[in-house]
Design a protein around this ligand. Structure first.
Ligand code: HQG
Length: 189
């Protein structure tokens, strides 16, 4: 599959495995899985014919490893980013001392007032490196990177999870744990 098609199929998978399974008549389990055969048949009857080998290619070749198969390869799910009601049942994990979030300046007023909220997704998405946060923020304009005091949050009892593709997730980040990166003194890890 060429790169353009890989992206096209990946976007389709994101849509149905994170946001709109009903659009192709599939149902996700409570932890987000769907049988691969069911998915391929549903995509086929909605105009997207791909083989299992091509699906493997999309999962393997995905820049952010957005999708994962279960251990026996019979089911697939999105590793994060859902808006539909699923519980991925990820175990709690201890984050590094600081995490990062990329956003844009027009949201800063609200963010510093009420903290980071999941908005349409299930969890606030954070990254362990600045570059990823910059890229995420850059989808919406000139990126502003926020530093999250994950150590302080952990000490205050906030829980974190890490998705299969390395995205750090938490329910919300109160404003007292946020600094603009360009104004922050980065604490030692
Ligand atoms: C902002 C993509 C106002 C937040 C990316 C963000 C990521 C607030 C937007 C993943 C706010 C939500 C997630 C508040 C947060 N007031 N704005 N209180 N709290 N925001 O897309 O983190 O390519 O739901 O800063 O790469 O941008 O889809 O979250 O700008 O990994 O795999 O509200 O989605 O991954 O936007 O991105 P999103 P996000 P994929």
């Amino acid at each position: 599959m060429d790169k353009k098609n890989l992206i096209r199929v990946s976007k389709r998978l994101s849509r149905h495995l994170r946001h709109a399974p009903g659009d192709i008549g599939i149902t996700l389990t409570s932890d987000g899985w769907v049988e691969v055969d069911t998915l391929l048949a549903a995509l086929r009857s909605h105009g997207l014919r791909i083989t299992r080998a091509e699906l493997d290619e999309v999962v393997e070749g995905n820049d952010k490893r957005r999708f994962a198969f279960d251990d026996d390869g019979l089911r697939i799910r999105a590793s994060q980013g859902h808006s539909v009601d699923v519980d991925l049942a990820l175990p709690a994990a201890t984050p590094p001392g600081v995490l990062y979030h990329g956003t844009v300046s027009r949201f800063l007023g609200t963010i510093f007032h009420e903290g980071l909220r999941p908005m349409k997704r299930h969890a606030v998405h954070l990254s362990a490196n600045v570059e990823t946060a910059r890229t995420v923020g850059g989808r919406r304009g000139v990126p502003v990177v926020l530093l999250v005091d994950a150590r302080g949050m952990t000490a205050a009892g906030h829980e974190f999870q890490v998705s299969a593709n390395g995205v750090w997730l938490t329910a919300a980040v109160p404003p007292e744990f946020l600094r603009r990166l360009d104004e922050a003194v980065v604490p030692q890890q």
